[in-house]
Design a protein around this ligand. Structure first.
Ligand code: CTP
Length: 426
């Protein structure tokens, strides 16, 4: 339908980007379910405000009224979303107007101007992502697959290769994309591309981009999205190691280095989360990131989390981590009874306890483990309702009574309801 609509206006329509890469890589027996399709439309359009892509998306929406349409005017792009469609299930279709991106200064967001498909493809990150298939019929008998930059060869020889030397200077988050595609697809980062990455990192491009322009939030948003992509993938550990070996963790903080201790900590956090959050109520990718941030100097942690636009609870957790650690390191070794451990630790939520545990000495880590596996779940044999039924007058004293009961239970002085009642009666 999209091709017909474009054709009827005399425009060209192309399927571009990741969908082609994934289609070409998929084996014939594999059923490939595309969730995200990028289209580019190239054609003369009267209005400079919206562009052909938006007009095409609007006409498609008339044909599929249940589809959601989002328009991003500044970039002349539109997105159509099919949600729970009986045939397509859920599918995003991004429609862009053929454009070049003109970067006024490094790492700024692109300014857009209409241009041809070749230029549109040239602004992309890697050769394997710069392939296009023409969906509208061509007048000149041109091959439907457009491969201006050797993408097919790189797909066959499994190489991640940039299109030009400035790619990582223009957008340093592409370093994270290079790593993500390399690890996910089992490709190699081609040596010249790797040299560009190292050059970009060593020249301090990321720090410079952050300090020099007002587009820092947009850059941080992209970095966070890439970090999320990587840290939630099954291959996160290999990707993290590759990022570190390329010096790219500097984008998070100039002092961040995946040394043996930190490498051990990020793997350890997984074991704790598997044990204590099996139903994944926490965002495990974010916990991995918090482990990296917790390794920074205490006064840096929250600021970096804030720059990365992490949620408020995460920023606060990193802010509070140092005082919490100091208190626990000081008080936990002096506890004598389980109830004292519980009284000390129950003020902290699971993510804080886990962050504390992975940085703590072994003896403290063992006590935290014991707390979470055993003591944290113990309850007193009676609750507030029971107290009421037993005739105790409701009020603030309930809290005190229940705490006393819990302490007695934790410390093994009472075990069942009868003992609890006797304990209260004393
Ligand atoms: N792109 C780019 N530089 C970026 C982000 C994206 O050049 N920093 C281009 C790439 O050509 C990419 C396309 O935009 O193919 C679409 O981006 P995205 O949907 O993020 O990537 P996909 O290649 O579709 O990868 P994925 O399968 O991970 O979604």
């Amino acid at each position: 339908q999209a091709a017909q609509e474009a054709q009827s206006r005399g425009w060209n329509l192309y399927l571009v980007g990741g969908a082609i890469r994934d289609l070409l890589l998929a084996d014939a027996s594999q059923k490939l379910l595309l969730k995200d399709i990028d289209l580019v439309v190239d054609g003369f359009h009267r209005s400079a405000d919206t562009g052909a892509g938006v007009t095409l998306a609007q006409s498609l929406q008339k044909l599929y009224p249940n589809v959601r349409l989002d328009v991003h005017g500044a970039f002349q792009t539109a997105a159509l979303l099919w949600h729970n469609d009986p045939v397509l299930d859920s599918l995003w279709v991004d429609i862009a107007t053929a454009r070049t991106e003109f970067y006024p200064y490094p790492a700024a967001n692109p300014e857009v101007e209409a241009s041809s498909i070749r230029q549109d493809l040239y602004r992309r990150d890697f050769t394997i992502n710069a392939l296009a298939v023409r969906l509208t019929t061509s007048r000149s008998g041109e091959l439907p697959l457009l491969d201006f930059f050797g993408g097919l060869l790189d797909l066959r020889s499994r190489q991640i290769r940039v299109l030009h030397a400035n790619s990582f200077i223009e957008d340093p988050t592409r370093i994270y994309r290079a790593v993500r595609f390399a690890v996910r697809l089992g490709f190699e980062i081609e040596p010249q591309t790797e040299a560009y990455i190292r050059y970009a990192m060593e020249s301090g491009v990321y720090e410079r981009s952050l300090s020099q322009n007002d587009k820092a939030p947009a850059l941080q948003t992209r970095l966070k999205a890439e970090l999320k992509h990587i840290l939630q993938a099954p291959y996160w550990n290999r990707a993290l190691q590759l990022l570190a070996s390329l010096g790219a963790l500097r984008c998070i903080h100039p002092t961040l280095d995946l040394n043996e201790t930190l490498w051990w900590q990020v793997r350890l956090v997984d074991r704790w989360l598997r044990r204590f959050d099996p139903t994944r109520r926490l965002e495990h990718w974010q916990m991995r990131l918090e482990v990296l941030l917790a390794y920074l100097a205490p006064e840096e942690r929250a600021a970096v989390a804030e720059n990365l636009q992490l949620p408020l609870d995460s920023i606060e957790r990193l802010q509070q981590l140092a005082p919490a650690q100091a208190q626990v390191l000081k008080s936990l070794p002096n506890t004598k009874r389980p109830s004292e451990v519980v009284w000390l630790l129950r003020q902290y939520k699971l993510p804080t306890l886990v962050l504390m545990a992975i940085q703590a000495p072994r003896s403290i880590r063992r006590m935290l483990w014991k707390y979470l596996t055993t003591w944290a779940d113990i309850q007193a044999p009676l609750n507030g309702n029971d107290l009421k039924k037993l005739g105790y007058k409701p009020g603030p004293q309930y809290r005190e009574m229940l705490d006393k009961l819990l302490a007695a239970t934790l410390d093994g002085m009472i075990q069942d309801e009868a003992e609890a009642k006797a304990f209260l009666a004393k």
